[in-house]
Design a protein around this ligand. Structure first.
Ligand SMILES: C[S@@+](CC[C@H](N)C(=O)[O-])C[C@H]1O[C@@H](n2cnc3c(N)ncnc32)[C@H](O)[C@@H]1O
Length: 170
């Protein structure tokens, strides 16, 4: 379920987040934050009134983030990314500007990857984007049916090297 034992590199993080329009971001969602390798850089760039919701199935990671990062903008949730619609609705949050995923899509249980891709497309606002880094490019099969335009990149300076996707609605 973790998919990797080595956290993402700073080069990968910067490349993945480069197209984000931080000034106009009110709600950012991160799937599979683990120990917060992306969470901290996202909070560094996020505006003071914005919210970052992290969703991880592993309660140890959620608990760790709550303890380690003292920031009122951060809302760590234990749950599955497949339930993102309910997770946001339960907290009175509207549509997300961006959703970031470090999930191991290709090794998730059957059907879960499709459910996550569909639910994600439902919560992202028009012109928002789904940002995905993956070691297997197979994730594109999951997101392709739900997004209008997908840009693709690759980063060698990561263990293992990662494929990046920026999937846009509208
Ligand atoms: C490869 S780790 C990502 C670690 C971190 N984001 C990084 O960049 O180093 C994948 C994470 O996804 C979480 N995960 C797996 N399935 C999930 C799901 N269905 N919903 C939310 N999180 C999930 C795992 O618990 C783990 O923390």
């Amino acid at each position: 379920m973790v998919g990797s034992i080595i956290p993402s590199s700073r080069v990968l993080i910067d490349k993945m987040l480069a197209p984000v329009d931080w000034e106009n971001t009110r709600l950012f969602v991160e799937y599979g934050p683990g120990v917060g390798t992306f969470t901290r850089p996202v909070l560094e760039k996020l505006g003071p009134e914005a919210t970052l919701v992290t969703i991880d199935t592993n309660p140890d990671f959620t608990g760790y983030l709550r303890e380690a990062i003292d920031d009122p903008r951060l809302v760590p949730v234990t749950g599955s990314a497949a339930d993102v619609e309910k997770i946001l609705a339960d907290r009175g949050l509207g549509q997300a500007d961006y959703v970031l995923s470090g999930l191991p899509f290709s090794t998730l249980p059957p059907g879960v990857g499709d459910d996550i891709a569909e639910a994600t497309a439902n919560v992202i606002r028009p012109d928002g984007a789904f940002l995905v880094y993956q070691f297997s490019p197979k994730v594109k099969d999951f997101i392709d049916p739900h997004f209008d335009r997908i840009e693709r990149g690759f980063e060698w300076i990561n263990v293992p090297p990662a494929t990046l996707f920026w999937a846009y609605k509208g």
